[in-house]
Design a protein around this ligand. Structure first.
Ligand code: T4K
Length: 380
C-alpha cells in the first residue's frame, strides 16, 4: 500500500532544507497533552500559558513579556498599543510580515536603506527619512544580527519617535551583554516552526513596563478587561495550551539545538573561507548570536550568479533560500511609494540579489554539510 510511510530515502540524496524544527522526543510531550486532556483547558491564558510567560521572560532576561499566536499579529498589536499612525520608517530587507503590519494599521511605510555589513537599517538613512508625519521606527535584527540600537535610540529620543523592533530572528541574542529582546519601546519575537525556539506557531511582545504589558494583554484578547468591560478594539492574538506546553518542553532542549547550530556555523566558516566571490557575514565580537541563519553573498568573481547557485543547489535537493528577495519595496503594494525607488535603496537592492541563506539546523549531518559545500566549490 502506498501510504507514504515506507518510502526509502537515500541518505546521500535526502532533501536538505534551509531550516528544520528541532523536536524533543515525542514521548516527552505526551504527559503535557495528558494534562491538557484532563483539565479541558485549551486556551485563553491557561496553566501552561501562565508558566511559559515568566519562564521565557526569565530565559531572555526581559521584564514584561506577552505571549501571542504568531509574530505577525504581535507586530500589528504593538503598533496599536503604542497608538502609532502616520508614517513609520522601516527596512525593505525583511519578510512581508514587518511591512504588512504597518499597512494593516493604516500606516504608511517609509523605506530607508540598510547598512552593508549588518544588513539592518542604517541610522544615517533613518535620519534623512524623517518627516513631520513620522511617528516611529520599525527596524529588524535581520538574521539575528543586532541593529545599531544605540544610534537608533539616540535618533528616536532626539526626534520624539517610538521604536518597535521586529526581533523575529533574534531569540536569545545578546549585544554588549544585554538581551536584544528588551530593546526599544517594544520588541516582537517569533516562535514559528522555522525559528530557533518554536511553539509550532507563536510569538511575543516585550513591553517596557507593566502598564504597557497590561494594554497589550487586553488587545490580544479582543480588548476584554473583564466579563462586562471591553477597553479597546482588540484582536484574537492568544497562544493556546498545546503551543505553550510545547514551548515549555522546547526550553529544556534549546541549548542542545543551539550548540549544534554553532558547530555548523563554524564548519561553514572554515570550509568557505577565502572562496573567490563568496563573502560571509562576519560575526561581531560584542554579540552573542543564535546561529539561526547562515547568509552568504554571491559576488562577481564566483562562477555562478546567486540565482545560478540557488538552482545548482536545488538540482541536488538542497533548498537554500533567497531571504529576502524580492525586497518589500519591490512588491506591487509598495513599489509606487517614493521611498521604494531603487535609487533610494542601493545597498538593499544589491543584498537582495546577492544573498543566499544556507541550510542550518540541528538535524544536519556532516555528510549533508559536505554535500552543500561541495556544490558551492564545484563552481568557483
Ligand atoms: N518578521 C520577520 C523578520 C520574519 O522573518 C518573520 C517570519 C515574521 C516577522 C513573522 O513571523 P510569524 O508571524 O511567522 O511568527 C518562513 C517562516 O514561515 C516565517 O515565519 C519566517 N519569518 C521566514 C523567514 O521563514 P517561508 O515562506 O520561507 O516558509 P516555508 O514554509 O517555505 O519554510 C521554510 C523551510 O522550513 C521549508 O523549506 C522547510 C522548513 N520547514 C518549514 C515548516 C513550516 C519545516 O521543516 N517544517 C515546518 O513546519 O517563511
Amino acid at each position: 500500500m502506498l501510504d507514504g510511510l515506507n518510502v526509502e530515502m537515500d541518505p546521500n540524496n535526502r532533501p536538505i532544507y534551509v531550516t528544520r524544527p528541532y523536536l524533543p522526543p515525542l514521548e516527552e510531550f505526551t504527559p503535557y497533552l495528558e494534562k491538557i486532556w484532563e483539565s479541558h483547558w485549551l486556551t485563553n491564558a491557561g496553566p501552561f500559558h501562565q508558566q511559559l510567560e515568566p519562564a521565557l521572560a526569565g530565559h531572555l532576561g526581559v521584564g514584561h513579556l506577552s505571549l501571542f499566536n504568531n509574530a505577525t499579529i504581535s507586530l500589528i498589536v504593538a503598533l496599536q498599543a503604542l497608538r502609532i499612525t502616520g508614517e513609520v520608517i522601516t527596512t525593505p530587507f525583511t519578510f512581508p510580515a514587518t511591512t504588512h503590519s504597518l499597512l494593516w494599521n493604516g500606516i504608511r511605510p517609509v523605506f530607508a536603506d540598510i547598512d552593508p555589513v549588518t544588513l539592518n537599517l542604517d541610522p544615517a538613512r533613518i535620519e534623512r527619512a524623517i518627516t513631520p508625519h513620522t511617528m516611529a521606527i520599525m527596524p529588524v535584527h535581520c538574521y539575528g544580527m543586532p541593529c545599531d540600537y544605540m544610534a537608533i535610540q539616540e535618533i528616536a529620543d532626539r526626534r520624539g519617535l517610538k521604536v518597535i523592533y521586529d526581533a523575529a530572528h533574534a531569540f536569545g541574542v545578546r549585544a554588549d551583554g544585554t538581551s536584544v529582546a528588551g530593546l526599544g519601546d517594544m520588541s516582537v519575537l517569533s516562535f514559528h516552526a522555522t525559528k530557533v525556539f518554536n511553539t509550532f506557531e507563536g510569538g511575543a511582545i516585550v513591553s517596557r513596563d507593566a502598564e504597557m504589558k497590561k494594554r497589550v494583554d487586553y488587545l490580544k484578547n479582543f480588548g476584554i478587561a473583564d466579563e462586562v468591560t471591553v477597553v479597546g478594539p482588540g484582536i484574537n492574538g492568544k497562544m493556546n495550551e498545546v503551543q505553550a506546553a510545547f514551548g515549555l518542553l522546547q526550553l529544556r532542549y534549546l541549548a542542545d539545538g543551539q550548540a549544534r547550530r554553532q558547530e555548523i556555523d563554524r564548519y561553514y566558516r572554515r570550509e568557505l573561507a577565502g572562496l573567490r566571490g563568496i563573502r560571509l557575514q562576519e560575526p561581531l565580537e560584542r554579540v552573542e548570536g543564535n546561529y539561526s541563519y547562515f547568509p552568504i553573498r554571491v559576488e562577481p568573481g564566483y562562477g555562478l550568479t546567486r540565482d545560478g547557485l540557488y538552482d545548482a543547489l536545488r538540482a541536488r535537493e538542497i533548498y537554500a533560500r533567497r531571504y529576502f528577495y524580492p525586497l518589500m519595496s519591490e512588491l506591487p503594494m509598495y513599489r509606487d511609494m517614493p521611498s521604494a525607488d531603487p535609487a533610494n535603496l542601493p545597498v538593499a537592492t544589491r543584498a537582495a540579489r546577492q544573498i543566499l541563506c544556507l541550510p542550518i539546523y540541528a538535524g544536519l549531518e556532516k555528510s549533508d554539510l559536505d554535500r552543500v559545500v561541495s556544490v558551492i566549490k564545484e563552481h568557483i
